[in-house]
Design a protein around this ligand. Structure first.
Ligand code: NAP
Length: 263
């Protein structure tokens, strides 16, 4: 429980965001009486889709910075709704909330599940994906984002279609087409793209959710292998799988007049 007096605007709920789940959650709880919802974005994309309500942009400065941010405000709780692969900020949230004595909830959508017809090759990292790719295909659709191209840069005998929201900044494979696009994508469009570029395998992170799942259906329909990078393990003690459950966690405590996660 915070020792700070409540401010006139109400207690702060910090939503660590950068995902559609975080935006959904911010919209669901925006009008909660006595709660000031602040969404936090890393500031990686130049034109981010902003959540409803108040937001702040940029890193906190590691665990000490996040602890200081929490202690400078009357924070009722933190919901870590960052992407399943944003492991650093999630670890920082666990450490900082423990240190500042602030309740933490992890909102993380479930990973994808294979269905009959899928040919998935689970790997532990991008480096691992790069090791298995030459045995699977010559033409690869890389959908893991603009920041994670370097592990594939040495694969001179493969051709890559790299799709990202903004231009990549790191090392690129020698034979590579960059396609700038923001999802969601339809199955029909994914099939047309993969056929047009004669894609033989795709690489994806196990992000889960519906926004980018069409490529998996398209790969199944085309009989293509999918190299699936497994998620890092979530470490927050309390976890939910959807924004509605996170909103209930917040609203139940707000209605009871306690702190989210407290009694
Ligand atoms: P990360 O490696 O876990 O975090 C790196 C650093 O970025 C953190 O230490 C923190 O800086 C800052 N940061 C990350 N998320 C933040 C947030 N929501 N608010 C304030 N600071 C944040 O994160 P990442 O993988 O680069 O992802 C960055 C953002 O993009 C996240 O918000 C995530 O939800 C979103 N995103 C990531 C992916 C992905 O595949 N990784 C995909 C889609 C969206 P300080 O240490 O200075 O606090």
């Amino acid at each position: 429980m915070s020792g700070r007096a409540p401010s006139a605007d109400g207690r702060v709920l910090l939503v660590l965001g950068g995902t559609s789940d975080a935006r959904t959650l911010a919209a669901l709880v925006a009008d909660t009486p006595g709660l000031r919802v602040v969404s936090s974005l890393a500031g990686r994309t130049r034109a981010p889709v902003l959540p409803v309500g108040e937001s702040r942009v940029g890193g906190f400065g590691g665990v000490p910075g996040l602890v200081a941010w929490l202690r400078a405000r009357d924070v009722a709780g933190v919901v870590d709704a960052t992407h399943p692969f944003a492991a650093r900020i999630s670890a920082h949230a666990v450490a900082a909330c423990a240190e500042a004595g602030v309740p933490l909830l992890r909102l993380q959508r479930p990973g994808w599940t294979a269905v009959p017809g899928d040919d998935w090759h689970p790997v532990d990292s991008a480096e691992h994906a790069a090791r298995v790719l030459p045995d699977l295909a010559r033409r690869v659709f890389l959908t893991t984002g603009r920041l994670e191209t370097a592990p594939y840069a040495h694969l001179d005998r493969l051709w890559f279609l790299l799709r990202s929201v903004e231009p990549p900044t790191g090392a690129l494979p020698r034979a590579c087409e960059v396609l700038l696009a923001r999802g969601p994508f339809t199955v029909e469009d994914e099939i047309a793209l993969m056929r047009d570029r004669r894609v033989e395998a795709i690489v994806t992170k196990d992000s889960g959710g519906t926004q980018t799942a069409a490529k998996l259906t398209a790969a199944r329909e085309l009989g293509l292998p999918v190299v699936l990078i497994r998620r890092p393990e979530a470490t927050a003690p309390e976890q939910v799988a959807d924004a509605a459950s996170a909103a209930r966690w917040i609203l139940a405590r707000a209605a009871a007049g306690g702190t989210p996660g407290g009694t």
